[in-house]
Ligand binder design. Structure first.
Ligand code: GAR
Length: 193
């Protein structure tokens, strides 16, 4: 991977839309010696995203862009990222689809976490579909973002077993706790650490 770090951490933005539990785990990781990234800015498309509180608590810059006009929001965002010298983006529960043009500007530098064993169950309502199909396993995947939804090169996956009494809620919780470990590991892998 071409992201070389020397001894400085790579300036990273995290994009969120909701609770931000992955953001929290990434912030904690970024503060350790093992981390090749520093989180310089948190971006949300939703001003009510609970995750914004983590940005505030850890004194990280945050920016809300509503994405009602995607083109406009993305252009603003590109200039914010440029001003802040951002070199890498981690999507963490970010529920907007970035345009091909945006992705091109950060080619090979955008990572996403998805709560399924990709290429299975791309898109929304993952856990519900998994349970409806009576799958025995599900899990989570960290992958590079390309212009096709949830389809970029896979970096790491973690499998979890689905229990007999599994509900959407219990499965989401089980997978989320694995996500918190998987995302930092995947970042280390990207940097060959
Ligand atoms: C996570 O499970 C993440 O994998 C999923 O949203 C949740 C966000 O939780 N992302 C997607 O579904 C992306 N298509 P968090 O806000 O607590 O990190």
């Amino acid at each position: 991977m071409v992201l070389s770090i020397g001894h400085k951490k790579t300036r990273t933005a995290v994009f969120i839309s909701g609770t931000g539990s992955n953001l929290k785990s990434l912030i904690k990781f970024s503060k350790t010696n093992k981390s090749p990234i520093s989180i310089e800015i948190v971006v949300s498309n939703n001003s009510k995203a609970k995750g914004l509180n983590y940005a505030k608590r850890f004194k990280i810059k945050n920016k809300v862009l509503n994405f009602k006009n995607k083109n406009l929001s993305e252009n603003k965002l590109l200039s914010i990222l440029k001003i802040n010298n951002i070199k890498m983006i981690c999507l963490a529960g970010f529920m907007k689809i970035l345009s091909g043009n945006f992705i091109k500007r950060f080619k090979g530098k955008i990572l996403n976490i998805h709560p399924s064993l990709l290429p299975k169950y791309k898109g929304l309502n993952t856990h519900k579909r998994v349970l409806n199909n009576r799958e025995k396993y599900s899990g989570c995947t960290v992958h590079f973002v390309n212009s096709r939804l949830d389809s970029g090169k896979i970096i790491l996956q973690k499998k979890v077993k689905i229990s007999k009494k599994e509900t959407e809620f219990s499965l989401a919780k089980k997978i989320l706790s694995q996500e918190h470990k998987l995302y930092p590991k995947a970042i280390q892998k990207v940097f060959n650490l």
